[in-house]
Design a protein around this ligand. Sequence first.
Ligand code: ACO
Length: 323
Amino acid sequence: MTRRAVVRGVGHYLPDRIVPNSEFVESLDTSDEWIRSRSGIERRHFAAEGQTTSDLATRAARAALKDAGLQADDLDTIILATSTADLTFPSAATMVQAALGMQQGYAFDLQAVCAGFIFALANANALIVSGQAQRVLVIGAETFSRIMDWEDRTTCVLFGDGAGALVLEAQSGDGNNTDRGILAVDLHSDGRFKDLLFVDGGVSTGTSGYLRMQGKEVFRHAVEKLATTAETALATLGLSGKDVDWIVPHQANLRIIRATAQKMGVPMDHVVVTVQDHGNTSAASIPLALSISKERGQIKQGDLLLLEAIGGGLTWGSVVLRW
Ligand code: ACO
């Protein structure tokens, strides 16, 4: 018997306010046509005044627990992937723990920008497989609208707010590729690329700062690194793109999603795409896409999923998961 981290529940939350591309035209030299054709984004959700990342995360967590048929007291651990925590400390994860009324176990944030949910899944898998945890709530939640420079048209039209969550549970498998749960993980970072994508604030500056991105360069790294990490994770199982039922990519740009799928030889009708409705929600984008694709009836129990993401750092990686 092999101990596996298996998905027991999934859920998401999106703030009420939906902002179409046309809203940016009033204040910026941009157009709906430019944003759609360069990124695939049509609209995004923005958090209300005073609504924080931990608020969004708590709502997504409740939805995932409901889907799992579990209570907060059934959890050992909460890992919250975010780069937009409410405060410098304590972690947004401990705020979610309190909001859920969970008085046992422990909660912590994990920061790997847009690859955060992949890194969080990998860590949750390690806790479960090693026997340190039985059930882990893994959340991706962001309020990137708080770190946008609204005068920078090259970034502010691309991002949105939201949250998604999975409940992972220890179950036993046979130790082969037909098991449900996380089957393979591949993680990377390379700090030499810091200047391609960063926030120019933090404790060293006394301000929370704004996101800065060299979009063209990030794009170039994304297509190359995402296909490579995906192929590496699949190869550890003796698999390739043709074996995958669904690619669930980080939702940053439709052109990156298409180019990566093409490199892997996976047709677009096997790729989950939600970027048109949410923009780039950083660490929230993959759990949001998982939850919405389940609602759409795309992902079904037993399907083989390849999740992949790249973000500031640079950080990147992938997870192979049987749903
Ligand atoms: N409206 C109109 N024109 C614009 C806008 C806008 N909103 N933004 C930029 N432009 C202009 C530029 O100024 C440039 O004009 P110029 O040629 O006169 O200089 C022109 O459009 C083309 O700009 P490019 O940057 O070359 O456009 P590109 O086709 O590369 O698309 C984009 C830009 C969408 C940012 C793309 O590069 C991209 O998606 N990059 C990757 C982003 C990403 O994946 N991030 C993931 C990680 S995010 C994270 O970790 C937080």
